[in-house]
Design a protein around this ligand. Sequence first.
Ligand code: F6R
Ligand code: MG
Ligand code: MG
Length: 366
Amino acid sequence: MDKLTLSVIKADVGGWVGHSSSHPDILNLAKNCMDQAKSSGLIIDHCVLNCGDDLELIMTHKKGENNADIHGLAWDTFVSGTELAKKLKLYGAGQDILSDTFSGNVKGMGPGVAEMEFEERKSEPIIVFMADKTSPGAWNFATYKMFADPFNTAGLVIDPSMHDGFKFEVLDVIKQESIIFNIPEEIYDILVFIGARERYITRRVWRKSDNEIAAVASTQKLALIAGKYVGKDDPVLIVRAQSGFPAVGEILEGFSFPYLVAGWMRGSHQGPFMPVSFKDANPTRFDGPPRVIAAGFQICEGNFIGPRDMFDDPSFDFTRKTVGEVTDYMRRHGPFEPNRLPLKDMEYTTLPDVKKKLEGRFKKEK
Ligand code: F6R
Ligand code: MG
Ligand code: MG
């Protein structure tokens, strides 16, 4: 059987209101573009969602990863969305569209991309996670929990098909080089890197016994692409579930502790990562706290049977309540670390200007 490709391509083409959410007309426009592509046979199926101000295009097709037609379709959809966002004077229209010309692949042009190619199983449950007000390193903690921590994922201990463990590919976003770790043998080594989540990002996970792809994350860092702050990356993550992969509940359990991630107000703070239902994916308090939604699908002959809104479950209420407490606690630090990020990780910085203004007033220690 031909392999199926699942492509998730996202961009912020304009916010409603401010950076808090997406306007329904933009979502409708994107759905129309996707419907046309489906009728023409370019894609098999699609699902259009938003997480905060980010427009999420979830597509299936048979053209493989990094395909120019599929990336072109996403790009054209974002460009049309930007035109409409400008017409409605939505906020930050075209925020993630960093170039005027498309050159075959959206990578490096602003949008975030996660793609995987696989042979559809007898039954293919998958979860697409989408975040707002944070950066791609936000997935490091959750993917570690899902695929490396037996206290999170019982299957690592008691399912023979997972017992050998997984392989993690980690990208160094500064040096632009990657390394593959074998898990569980190298957990102490990998943690040295992925604990530094703004530099080392888990990009792919494979099942070790047969190299089957298990998870793929978007790793685009807008500030590194544009050379300056242009908005937060707001990454996506695809995870395959069940039958030799973590169960749906083991995957979602990775978000049960609301760990701190970078982002939030002005991309320059740390806040608790809040798993929410689709309808609550509209970050407002201090432009946050950072949010994650989970769209579950059964894939059937390339078609999406879904989405199911996976965090729409009271069993995550306690996590969300904890987020409220952590939000208050962190906010009371105001401009002090660790609510504010360390200087090197801040997306906005007035430091050079303030330093310049005060030049000559710093006296050398004798
Ligand atoms: C963070 C984010 C917002 C904005 C903030 C200021 O990712 O999108 O917190 O940084 O609302 O926005 P501007 O600079 O557009 O006024
Ligand atoms: Mg925005
Ligand atoms: Mg956003």
